[in-house]
Design a protein around this ligand. Structure first.
Ligand code: ATP
Ligand code: MG
Length: 421
């Protein structure tokens, strides 16, 4: 790059064709899996009222405190680039009164923005695919949503992921637990660093997923949430396990899994991979029965998850670029004009057929060399000679040498015929 050229913003990446192809593959697999299961796509704005996120994700979370791209627009309105899509989805469901007509099964995909420290698997603009279901309180929803993620891994040929599950109980049960945990941690406050002391005051549950060995040791004797669950929550939690067993989905219960967003209730989960290094979570989510009401809707059970496209893409093998069927090479002005007519005919008749037009200057030799580099199977050559005779030269670019002169009027049909050979 020359000095003075403008480069991309840190943490916001270009997706070059190789990676974009992976993204498209995952997106179309997800679309297939979701639509087949009765989910409808929802497209949400990237910019929302920033209060939507402070109210839902929680003021004392990393996302809202440190990572949100919040700004004032020209009217002085406080807006934010969405750090995730659940809040926007809930807003849309309330705003359009979607649950009036019964439970809603929705899915989305698109970019999210968090001002985190960029590193492998962690970017400031990243991409998620997610599902959200509204209006179902029973534990079959957990099992269905987890099965859906498993179906997507199967469809993409991704193996070896681990599913970790935990239950957070109801909001009320969590309040009691939070008090007990805070009391325990306060009596050991000397062992806490400044960050954890702050968490203790504002959001003590966040200390549970601390990576520090000393804190984990301290937590070994701390009260556990499962002791605070009432009968209904215990039954719900057990049923989730039973249904996952029935669907043949393996999981590991991790009592320390609390997740970084405040709105979760009951079941939370994370799919992780050991193939990704430090950023191992590929997909996570949970139930959020209180959020719709909290954002101004009527009480509605809900649950969802989101996967990180960059991390899932890193698990896919290289996909081969599909080779073109043919390259159309023209020589001379008149042949070029006839070539444009032919190209348009081909694209109209067979829109999916991969035929590359060899635009730009060059000799026949240099154009064929480029066709070779594209690994095209055939060259369609149109020069003055062919034009005069009303034919197109069809030359094989791989396999045994083979040249045919096909009448101009029959070329489109001929091409379709040889396309699958
Ligand atoms: P992590 O623990 O890795 O920060 P998270 O708990 O913040 O993840 P969620 O908010 O649940 O993640 O988002 C769901 C998924 O989105 C994650 O499992 C991950 O795959 C992906 N993801 C989250 N943040 C980023 C990021 N900054 N860059 C790339 N992918 C991300
Ligand atoms: Mg995070």
């Amino acid at each position: 790059m020359k000095p003075g050229a403008i480069s991309r913003v840190r943490g916001m990446n270009d997706l070059l064709p190789e990676e974009a192809r992976h993204f498209a593959e995952i997106e179309s697999a997800a679309r297939e899996v979701f639509e087949a299961a009765g989910y409808g796509e929802i497209r949400l704005p990237i910019v929302e009222d920033s209060r939507l996120f402070t109210r839902s994700i929680g003021e004392a979370t990393d996302i809202v405190e440190k990572e949100m791209y919040a700004f004032e627009d020209r009217n002085g309105d406080l807006l934010a680039l969405r750090p995730e899509a659940t809040a926007g989805c809930v807003r849309a469901v309330i705003e359009h009164d979607l649950i009036r007509s019964g439970p809603q099964r929705l899915w989305y995909h698109g970019p999210m923005f968090r001002h985190e420290r960029p590193q492998k698997g962690r970017h400031r603009q990243f991409h998620q695919i997610g599902v959200e279901v509204f209006g179902i309180a029973t534990p079959d929803l957990e099992a269905e949503l987890l099965m859906l993620s498993q179906c997507l891994w199967d469809r993409l040929g991704i193996e070896g992921l681990t599913l970790e599950l935990n239950t957070l109980g109801t909001a009320e049960e969590r309040v009691h637990y939070r008090a007990a945990l805070a009391a325990y941690l306060s009596s050991h406050e000397d062992a806490l660093g400044p960050d954890d002391r702050m968490r203790l005051a504002r959001n003590p549950l966040r200390i549970l997923d601390s990576k520090s060995a000393e804190i984990q040791e301290l937590l070994a004797n701390a009260p556990v949430l499962s002791d605070f669950l009432g009968e209904a929550s215990r039954e719900h939690w057990q049923r989730v396990g039973t249904l996952l067993d029935a669907a043949g989905i393996a999981y590991r219960i991790n009592p320390r899994l609390v997740r970084g967003l405040d709105y979760y209730t009951q079941t939370v989960f994370e799919w992780t991979s050991t193939a990704l290094g430090a950023q191992s979570a590929v997909c996570s989510g949970g139930r959020y029965d209180g959020l719709v009401e909290q954002l101004g809707g009527s009480p509605t059970s809900a649950m969802g998850w989101a996967l990180g496209l960059e991390r899932v893409a890193a698990l896919l093998g290289r996909t081969d670029v599909k080779r073109p069927c043919a390259v159309l090479v023209t020589l001379g002005a008149a042949a070029e004009e006839s070539g444009f007519a032919l190209m348009r005919e081909i694209r109209q008749a067979y829109p999916g057929l991969r035929v590359v037009l060899a635009t730009g200057p060059g000799t026949l030799k240099s154009k064929l060399k480029r066709a070779d580099r594209l690994r095209a199977r055939w060259a369609l050559i149109l020069g003055d000679d062919e034009l005069a005779k009303g034919v197109v030269q069809v030359k094989a670019l791989d396999g045994p040498a083979q040249v045919e002169w096909v009448p101009r009027a029959a070329v489109v049909a001929h091409l379709a015929q040889v396309a699958d050979q």
